[in-house]
Design a binder for this molecule. Structure first.
Ligand code: SF4
Length: 81
C-alpha cells in the first residue's frame, strides 16, 4: 500500500512544505502550496500518491500535486476546510 513512497520526490523532506501550519492563509498559503506542487511535478509517484490521498480521504496537505481544497472539491460529501 505504501510501496510507492520509496520513490517519492518528497522523501526525507520537511513535511511543513506540504502541510499548512495553524492559521496559515492567503498569499503565504498559496506560496507554500505552489512550492509543494513544484516538488510533486517532478515526482515519479504522483499518480499513486494522489490516488492514495483520495482513497484514504486525506483532508490536509498537498498530495499528488493537489491541495486539500482541490481534493475536497473532487470528493462529493467530503469535509471542507
Ligand atoms: S506527489 Fe508530491 S506529496 Fe506525493 S509522494 Fe510525490 S512529492 Fe510527495
Amino acid at each position: 500500500m505504501w510501496g510507492w513512497q520509496a520513490d517519492a520526490a518528497c522523501r526525507g523532506m520537511d513535511s511543513s512544505v506540504f502541510f499548512s501550519p495553524h492559521g496559515e492563509r492567503g498569499r503565504a498559503r498559496r506560496r507554500r502550496e505552489e512550492a509543494a506542487r513544484e516538488i510533486c511535478r517532478s515526482c515519479p509517484v504522483s499518480s499513486p500518491c494522489g490516488l492514495f490521498a483520495d482513497d484514504s480521504r486525506q483532508f490536509y496537505g498537498v498530495w499528488g500535486g493537489y491541495t486539500a481544497a482541490e481534493r475536497n472539491e473532487r470528493a462529493p460529501g467530503a469535509r471542507r476546510r
